[in-house]
Design a protein around this ligand. Structure first.
Ligand SMILES: [Zn+2]
Length: 96
């Protein structure tokens, strides 16, 4: 079994291009800066169906694969679900 690969340079380019397309005029909500840094790696938000499982590590459970963007001045973090970021129909439904 091959070890999982990290975020490739091609992945980074593709994600940054898409973020620039979606947030071309957006500024940081905390400091007004318009520069950001893509955090190098994916953030797996784990899904819990019950509050009873909060605080419990569930290996292999459902996750929302996401990327994180940090403001290049103040470090404010925002997260973007990859499934929505790259799904044109979701963006159209929201704006249409
Ligand atoms: Zn900021």
């Amino acid at each position: 079994m091959e070890a999982p690969k990290g975020m490739t340079p091609e992945d980074k380019q593709r994600i940054i291009a898409r973020l620039n397309e979606v947030f071309a005029r957006e500024k940081c909500p905390r400091c007004g800066n318009n520069g950001y840094i893509l955090v190098d790696g994916y953030i797996p938000f784990s899904i819990h169906q019950s509050t009873n499982t909060l605080g419990t590590l569930i290996a292999g459970g459902p996750v929302v694969p996401s990327v994180a963007v940090a403001c290049s001045r103040c470090g404010w973090l925002s997260f973007h679900a990859l499934g929505v970021l790259f799904k044109e129909s979701a963006a159209e439904a929201k704006h249409g």
